[in-house]
Design a protein around this ligand. Structure first.
Ligand SMILES: C[S@@+](CC[C@H](N)C(=O)[O-])C[C@H]1O[C@@H](n2cnc3c(N)ncnc32)[C@H](O)[C@@H]1O
Length: 220
Protein backbone atom coordinates (compact mmCIF):
# COMPACT_ATOMS: atom_id res chain seq x y z
CA UNK A 1 0.00 0.00 0.00
CA UNK A 2 0.92 3.53 -0.79
CA UNK A 3 -0.90 5.61 -3.33
CA UNK A 4 2.23 7.64 -4.11
CA UNK A 5 6.04 7.16 -4.33
CA UNK A 6 7.84 8.08 -1.09
CA UNK A 7 10.53 10.74 -1.26
CA UNK A 8 9.78 11.91 -4.78
CA UNK A 9 8.59 15.49 -5.36
CA UNK A 10 4.95 15.70 -6.37
CA UNK A 11 5.95 17.60 -9.52
CA UNK A 12 8.42 14.94 -10.65
CA UNK A 13 5.95 12.18 -9.85
CA UNK A 14 3.23 13.92 -11.87
CA UNK A 15 5.68 14.09 -14.77
CA UNK A 16 6.60 10.40 -14.40
CA UNK A 17 2.94 9.40 -14.35
CA UNK A 18 2.11 11.62 -17.32
CA UNK A 19 4.80 10.17 -19.57
CA UNK A 20 4.79 6.55 -18.45
CA UNK A 21 1.68 5.19 -16.78
CA UNK A 22 -0.92 3.58 -19.04
CA UNK A 23 -3.84 2.92 -16.74
CA UNK A 24 -6.95 1.37 -18.29
CA UNK A 25 -10.34 3.00 -17.81
CA UNK A 26 -11.43 0.22 -15.42
CA UNK A 27 -8.29 0.57 -13.29
CA UNK A 28 -8.79 4.34 -13.19
CA UNK A 29 -12.45 3.96 -12.15
CA UNK A 30 -11.48 1.49 -9.41
CA UNK A 31 -8.78 3.82 -8.13
CA UNK A 32 -11.29 6.68 -8.15
CA UNK A 33 -13.95 4.72 -6.23
CA UNK A 34 -11.34 3.59 -3.68
CA UNK A 35 -10.04 7.13 -3.22
CA UNK A 36 -13.45 8.05 -1.73
CA UNK A 37 -13.02 5.43 1.00
CA UNK A 38 -11.60 5.93 4.47
CA UNK A 39 -8.79 3.42 3.96
CA UNK A 40 -7.91 4.52 0.44
CA UNK A 41 -4.20 4.83 1.26
CA UNK A 42 -3.99 1.03 1.50
CA UNK A 43 -4.12 0.86 -2.29
CA UNK A 44 -0.91 0.60 -4.28
CA UNK A 45 0.07 3.44 -6.62
CA UNK A 46 -0.48 3.32 -10.41
CA UNK A 47 3.29 3.31 -11.03
CA UNK A 48 3.64 0.27 -8.75
CA UNK A 49 0.70 -1.48 -10.40
CA UNK A 50 2.16 -0.97 -13.83
CA UNK A 51 5.59 -2.10 -12.62
CA UNK A 52 4.11 -5.33 -11.26
CA UNK A 53 2.16 -5.83 -14.49
CA UNK A 54 5.46 -5.42 -16.34
CA UNK A 55 7.20 -7.96 -14.07
CA UNK A 56 4.46 -10.53 -14.57
CA UNK A 57 4.74 -10.17 -18.35
CA UNK A 58 8.55 -10.14 -18.26
CA UNK A 59 8.73 -13.35 -16.24
CA UNK A 60 5.91 -15.04 -18.16
CA UNK A 61 4.18 -15.81 -14.87
CA UNK A 62 0.97 -17.90 -15.04
CA UNK A 63 0.26 -19.10 -11.50
CA UNK A 64 0.40 -16.29 -9.01
CA UNK A 65 -0.38 -15.51 -5.39
CA UNK A 66 -1.61 -12.28 -3.88
CA UNK A 67 -1.66 -11.73 -0.12
CA UNK A 68 -3.82 -8.65 0.59
CA UNK A 69 -6.44 -7.70 -2.01
CA UNK A 70 -8.41 -4.77 -0.52
CA UNK A 71 -10.51 -3.35 -3.40
CA UNK A 72 -8.54 -5.33 -5.95
CA UNK A 73 -6.41 -2.73 -7.70
CA UNK A 74 -3.06 -4.60 -7.51
CA UNK A 75 -4.86 -7.87 -8.33
CA UNK A 76 -6.36 -6.27 -11.43
CA UNK A 77 -2.99 -5.00 -12.69
CA UNK A 78 -1.58 -8.52 -12.22
CA UNK A 79 -4.59 -10.28 -13.76
CA UNK A 80 -4.37 -8.06 -16.84
CA UNK A 81 -0.77 -9.18 -17.37
CA UNK A 82 -1.59 -12.90 -17.26
CA UNK A 83 -2.32 -15.10 -20.24
CA UNK A 84 -5.94 -16.33 -20.59
CA UNK A 85 -5.16 -19.50 -18.65
CA UNK A 86 -3.24 -17.62 -15.95
CA UNK A 87 -4.48 -17.72 -12.36
CA UNK A 88 -4.20 -15.69 -9.17
CA UNK A 89 -4.96 -17.16 -5.77
CA UNK A 90 -5.98 -13.95 -4.02
CA UNK A 91 -6.11 -13.89 -0.21
CA UNK A 92 -8.07 -11.48 1.95
CA UNK A 93 -10.41 -11.51 4.94
CA UNK A 94 -12.79 -8.70 3.98
CA UNK A 95 -15.92 -9.54 2.02
CA UNK A 96 -16.95 -5.87 1.79
CA UNK A 97 -13.69 -4.70 0.21
CA UNK A 98 -13.37 -7.68 -2.10
CA UNK A 99 -16.98 -7.26 -3.28
CA UNK A 100 -15.80 -3.95 -4.76
CA UNK A 101 -12.79 -5.76 -6.23
CA UNK A 102 -14.95 -8.43 -7.88
CA UNK A 103 -17.14 -5.80 -9.53
CA UNK A 104 -14.10 -4.30 -11.29
CA UNK A 105 -12.49 -7.67 -12.12
CA UNK A 106 -15.77 -8.58 -13.86
CA UNK A 107 -15.86 -5.22 -15.65
CA UNK A 108 -12.31 -5.82 -16.92
CA UNK A 109 -13.19 -9.35 -18.08
CA UNK A 110 -10.58 -11.06 -15.87
CA UNK A 111 -12.77 -12.34 -13.00
CA UNK A 112 -12.30 -15.97 -13.98
CA UNK A 113 -8.51 -15.68 -13.62
CA UNK A 114 -8.91 -14.79 -9.94
CA UNK A 115 -9.55 -17.39 -7.25
CA UNK A 116 -10.47 -15.27 -4.24
CA UNK A 117 -10.02 -17.02 -0.89
CA UNK A 118 -11.73 -15.24 2.01
CA UNK A 119 -9.80 -16.52 5.03
CA UNK A 120 -6.67 -15.52 6.94
CA UNK A 121 -3.91 -15.68 4.33
CA UNK A 122 -1.74 -17.89 6.52
CA UNK A 123 -4.49 -20.54 6.47
CA UNK A 124 -4.94 -20.29 2.71
CA UNK A 125 -1.20 -20.54 2.01
CA UNK A 126 -0.78 -23.50 4.40
CA UNK A 127 -3.75 -25.23 2.75
CA UNK A 128 -2.09 -24.80 -0.67
CA UNK A 129 1.07 -26.43 0.70
CA UNK A 130 -0.95 -29.23 2.30
CA UNK A 131 -2.67 -29.88 -1.03
CA UNK A 132 0.70 -30.50 -2.68
CA UNK A 133 1.14 -27.15 -4.45
CA UNK A 134 4.61 -26.44 -3.10
CA UNK A 135 6.88 -25.12 -5.90
CA UNK A 136 4.02 -24.60 -8.36
CA UNK A 137 3.58 -20.80 -8.35
CA UNK A 138 5.79 -18.37 -10.26
CA UNK A 139 4.90 -14.97 -8.81
CA UNK A 140 3.68 -13.72 -5.42
CA UNK A 141 2.77 -10.28 -4.12
CA UNK A 142 2.70 -9.70 -0.35
CA UNK A 143 0.73 -6.68 0.88
CA UNK A 144 -1.27 -7.62 4.00
CA UNK A 145 -0.83 -7.36 7.78
CA UNK A 146 2.81 -6.46 8.37
CA UNK A 147 3.17 -8.44 11.64
CA UNK A 148 2.85 -11.66 9.66
CA UNK A 149 5.12 -10.70 6.74
CA UNK A 150 7.82 -13.18 7.73
CA UNK A 151 5.28 -16.01 7.78
CA UNK A 152 3.90 -14.94 4.40
CA UNK A 153 7.45 -14.72 3.05
CA UNK A 154 8.30 -18.26 4.17
CA UNK A 155 5.04 -19.72 2.89
CA UNK A 156 5.29 -17.95 -0.47
CA UNK A 157 8.92 -19.03 -0.78
CA UNK A 158 7.78 -22.63 -0.32
CA UNK A 159 4.97 -22.22 -2.83
CA UNK A 160 6.94 -20.63 -5.66
CA UNK A 161 9.16 -22.56 -7.99
CA UNK A 162 12.91 -22.08 -8.42
CA UNK A 163 13.38 -18.83 -10.38
CA UNK A 164 9.99 -17.55 -9.19
CA UNK A 165 9.54 -14.00 -7.96
CA UNK A 166 8.13 -12.58 -4.73
CA UNK A 167 7.36 -8.86 -4.44
CA UNK A 168 7.13 -7.56 -0.87
CA UNK A 169 5.37 -4.24 -0.41
CA UNK A 170 5.97 -1.46 2.15
CA UNK A 171 9.53 -2.39 3.01
CA UNK A 172 10.19 1.29 3.90
CA UNK A 173 7.08 1.41 6.11
CA UNK A 174 6.61 5.03 5.04
CA UNK A 175 10.09 5.93 6.29
CA UNK A 176 9.59 4.41 9.75
CA UNK A 177 12.33 1.81 9.14
CA UNK A 178 14.88 4.59 9.73
CA UNK A 179 13.04 6.17 12.66
CA UNK A 180 14.57 4.89 15.91
CA UNK A 181 11.49 6.07 17.81
CA UNK A 182 9.14 3.91 15.73
CA UNK A 183 8.48 0.79 17.79
CA UNK A 184 5.10 -0.39 16.54
CA UNK A 185 4.94 -4.15 15.84
CA UNK A 186 4.46 -3.68 12.10
CA UNK A 187 7.59 -1.56 11.69
CA UNK A 188 9.57 -3.94 13.92
CA UNK A 189 8.43 -6.90 11.81
CA UNK A 190 9.40 -5.21 8.54
CA UNK A 191 12.82 -4.16 9.89
CA UNK A 192 13.55 -7.70 11.08
CA UNK A 193 12.45 -9.21 7.78
CA UNK A 194 14.51 -6.72 5.75
CA UNK A 195 17.58 -7.74 7.80
CA UNK A 196 16.80 -11.43 7.40
CA UNK A 197 16.35 -11.23 3.62
CA UNK A 198 19.65 -9.36 3.22
CA UNK A 199 21.53 -12.52 4.23
CA UNK A 200 19.06 -15.14 3.02
CA UNK A 201 21.11 -17.28 0.65
CA UNK A 202 18.02 -19.05 -0.68
CA UNK A 203 17.24 -15.98 -2.78
CA UNK A 204 18.55 -13.15 -4.99
CA UNK A 205 17.23 -9.74 -3.99
CA UNK A 206 16.77 -6.15 -5.05
CA UNK A 207 15.11 -3.44 -2.93
CA UNK A 208 13.75 -0.59 -5.02
CA UNK A 209 12.28 2.82 -4.11
CA UNK A 210 8.96 2.49 -5.94
CA UNK A 211 5.96 3.65 -3.86
CA UNK A 212 6.68 2.65 -0.23
CA UNK A 213 9.65 0.47 -1.17
CA UNK A 214 9.49 -2.96 -2.75
CA UNK A 215 11.79 -5.92 -2.25
CA UNK A 216 12.04 -8.19 -5.27
CA UNK A 217 13.03 -11.71 -4.26
CA UNK A 218 14.01 -14.41 -6.78
CA UNK A 219 14.09 -17.94 -5.46
CA UNK A 220 17.40 -19.69 -6.21
C1 LIG B 1 -2.75 -2.84 2.14
S1 LIG B 1 -4.22 -3.67 1.83
C2 LIG B 1 -3.97 -4.43 0.26
C3 LIG B 1 -3.98 -3.41 -0.86
C4 LIG B 1 -4.08 -4.01 -2.23
N1 LIG B 1 -2.89 -4.78 -2.54
C5 LIG B 1 -4.32 -2.93 -3.27
O1 LIG B 1 -3.45 -2.65 -4.08
O2 LIG B 1 -5.38 -2.31 -3.24
C6 LIG B 1 -4.11 -5.00 2.97
C7 LIG B 1 -5.24 -6.03 2.87
O3 LIG B 1 -4.85 -7.14 3.68
C8 LIG B 1 -6.01 -7.70 4.22
N2 LIG B 1 -5.63 -8.49 5.39
C9 LIG B 1 -5.31 -8.06 6.63
N3 LIG B 1 -5.03 -9.10 7.43
C10 LIG B 1 -5.17 -10.22 6.67
C11 LIG B 1 -5.00 -11.61 6.91
N4 LIG B 1 -4.64 -12.06 8.11
N5 LIG B 1 -5.22 -12.45 5.90
C12 LIG B 1 -5.58 -12.01 4.67
N6 LIG B 1 -5.74 -10.70 4.38
C13 LIG B 1 -5.54 -9.82 5.37
C14 LIG B 1 -6.91 -6.52 4.55
O4 LIG B 1 -8.26 -6.93 4.61
C15 LIG B 1 -6.60 -5.58 3.37
O5 LIG B 1 -7.57 -5.72 2.36
Amino acid sequence: MSTTTEGMSEKLREYMLSVSVRESETLEKLRHETSMMQNSNMQISPEQGQFMNFLVKLTGARNTLEVGVFTGYSTLWTAMALPDDGRIVACDISRDWTDIARKYWRMAGVEERIDLRLAPAEETLRALIDSGMEGTFDFAFIDADKNLYDIYYELCLALIEKGGLIVLDNVFKHGKVVDDEADDPGTFAIKELNKKIKTDNRVDISMIPVSDGLTLVRKR
